[in-house]
Every structure is written in C-alpha cells, then in structure tokens.
Write a protein that binds this ligand. Sequence first.
Ligand code: IMP
Length: 430
Amino acid sequence: MPNVVVVGTQWGDEGKGKVVDLYAENADVVARFQGGNNAGHTLVVDGKKTVLHLIPSGILHNNKICIIGNGVVIDPDILIQEIESLHSRGLFPSNTKLYISENAHVIMPYHKRIDTAREGLKKIGTTGRGIGPAYEDKVSRQGIRVSDILDEAIFREKLQRRLKETNFMLTQYFHEEPLNEEEILERYLGYAKYFKPYVADTSLIMAKEMRMGKKILFEGAQGSHLDIDHGTYPYVTSSNTVSGNASCGTGVGPLAIHAVIGICKAYTTRVGEGPFPTELNDEFGEQMQVIGNEFGATTGRKRRCGWLDLVLVRQSMRVSGITGLALTKLDVLRGIEKIKICVAYNLRGEEFTESLPSRPDLLAQCEPVYEEMDGWTEDITTARTIDDLPKNARRYVERLEILANAPCVIISVDASREGTIVMKNPFERS
Ligand code: IMP
C-alpha cells in the first residue's frame, strides 16, 4: 500500500497542515517525525480553525492512528494542552488513537531558558521553545526521553546530572537564576502519569499496521531550507526536515516510502533571521503578508514575504526526492499585474539554478534572475478543477511544473478543505 511523505519545499509555513489533513482521509496512520512545538499547522474544517503544534494533523479524522515519532521533541505541557483542547472542543474522535514514541526526547525547562538566553548572544530568530537545546542534549547523550520520565528513580538521576551542568551554565555564563530540581521533578512526574497510556514502541506499531496493508502518511514540519544539514545554516531549525528523516524519525525503513509530496506556496515566506534573495519590501510583499495572513502560527511574528523562488524549490526537489508538488495559496496572488518567478541567482557572474550557495554571506549577495508572467484579477477561491482557473493562473501552474520538473498534484485556492483542486491522489498508484 502506498505510504506518502509530505514535506515543505521552502522555509516552512507552506500550508502543510491543510494538505496533510486532506491526505489523512486516505491514510490509516499519520506520523510526525521531527521538530516539536516550533511547528504550527493550521487547519480550517467547517469554518472552525484549529492550530496543531505537536499532534499530527490526522487527529481530526475518524478511525486513525496518530503517531508522535521518536524524532520529535516534546514539550509535555504543550502536548497536554493540545490533547485537552481537542477533547473539550469535541475534535478528538473516540475511535482515533494517539501514540507517543517512548524514544522521543522531552523538552525541559532549561532548554527553553538556554534557547532564549542564546538568542541574546546570536540572533537566529528561534521560536524560543527550547527545540535546539533539546536536540543538542539528544546528540550529546544527555537527553531525557519519554521512557525516562516514566521511572522516577531513573528520571531523578538523569535530571540531577543534567541540572548540575545547566545550572552552572545558566548562573555563571548567562547570569540567570538556577532551576530547582524538586520542582521540575514533581511537575514532570505529573506529566508522566498523564502520558503513560499513550506511550508505546511506535516503530513496532507502524510495522504491524504496514503488515496488515495499512497506509501511512508521514507529516513533515518546517521546510527543506530550515533543515539542519541542507538548509541555510545557521539560520535553520535543529532537526532534519527533509523526507529522508521520515524513516529515521519513526523507525520505518526507507523502502516503505512510495511518494514524496513537496508543499510549495505560490510565493515565498520566511520567519526569523537569515538571507532571503526574493524578499520584497514593497506593496506586493505587503499584499502577500496581509491577504495571505502571513503571521507565524506559533509565535505570531510577521512573516517576511517575497516572490516564488525556483532555486529554493529545485534544491528541495533533489534532497527530498519529491515526486509531486502541492501548490498552496495561489489565491493570494490575485490582482498582481505582473507576477515574478525567480529562476536563477546571479552571484558576481556565477549562476545558480538548482542549488543555493552554502554560505549565508554569499546567499545574501545573490541577485535573483526573474521571469515575469501576466497575473489575473478573478477570484479563484471557488475553483474546484484546473479548468475553473483563469488562463493566466493556469499558465502560472504550468510554468511552475516545467521549472520544477514535477507535476502539481494539488492546488490550494482557499484555507478550507473544500478550496482545493486535486489533480492526482498519491495514495492511488497509477
Ligand atoms: P527553532 O526551530 O525554534 O530553533 O527556530 C530556528 C529557525 O527556524 C527560526 O528562524 C524559526 O523562525 C524557524 N522555524 C522553526 N519552526 C518553524 C516553522 O514551523 N515554520 C517556519 N519557521 C520555523
């Protein structure tokens, strides 16, 4: 049975939540594989808006298994709030199950403190949620995993050891107050009690489901250019956001993956610091920001906006092995007379067409090379087939397909589930 990965092709906020929610209808299992509550996936169902930070976007569907994989870092407080809020709004179907990997790492209070304290020294524009420091502890083998907090003695010992170093760093280096061991212990043991029924060997659950012929949807967070290896380092997040991590971050072999859908917004946005070659500081950028409601779903920060950048998208196509594109927010470009698409960068005479310069100082010096296309004035939010789109909007889509060398499988023309043109369903093998 086809298993599908959904990833972002830009700097996150491409509209993955909506696409994952749509695809969840076809899947039996929906799994998050990286990131944490730095992500914010916005879903609009029956006019009701839900923002999910940790729980896979499949949760709003009946009879699904939702997995928070080993590659995710979990802020327990946020996860509990999310579960409780879904229950209280009647949005957690009783026949849908949520499992949390016992190997996922837990975000601790010191991670958040260090994250924000570090921003004072070098600005990356992080979400301040402790994501980076939590992944640092994982890699330096000092992390606390979900399974650890379930055992008081083990948790106490690990926390004691870790606090010795972090309190030294907080007080001596950042000149902040130390954290109290007993307070953290008590709080997190309470979380452990709450989570116990959800904790499982999620890799095994997924393997058993696949043996029964069930279909899996892997839900990426952030975007390709925020990837710790392939992104615009150091202005990146701390996990691998590309499709390869769907395998690692859930414990499912790579051959189980059959299709990779890259979500591509019809223009480009970025939150936080870092170079952005097609950034606009004019009326068009303003239109994208206002009409596209480009405010961070997690931090509320204004997103920086710019023209669609095919150099970015082509690099993502390559590193994630993307088989189809989902084009989102096409409606936002309505009324722009001449729409630009960046097809290359010029860096002092050198041309970049499918790969970004590795160094941020060089990327900042790149001059975008644009193609110009005629825009459209019609409202396209009610389009349900490609033929419903005005000629110039169709031409924009066709040009993207040629430039990216991949078919568009979905075009989103409105935030709602209905506002979608579906060209091909990746869960149906052709
Ligand atoms: P962190 O993930 O909080 O460490 O932030 C690192 C960088 O990634 C910052 O520029 C953030 O704004 C950006 N970032 C993290 N998560 C998201 C997301 O879900 N969408 C867009 N940008 C994000």
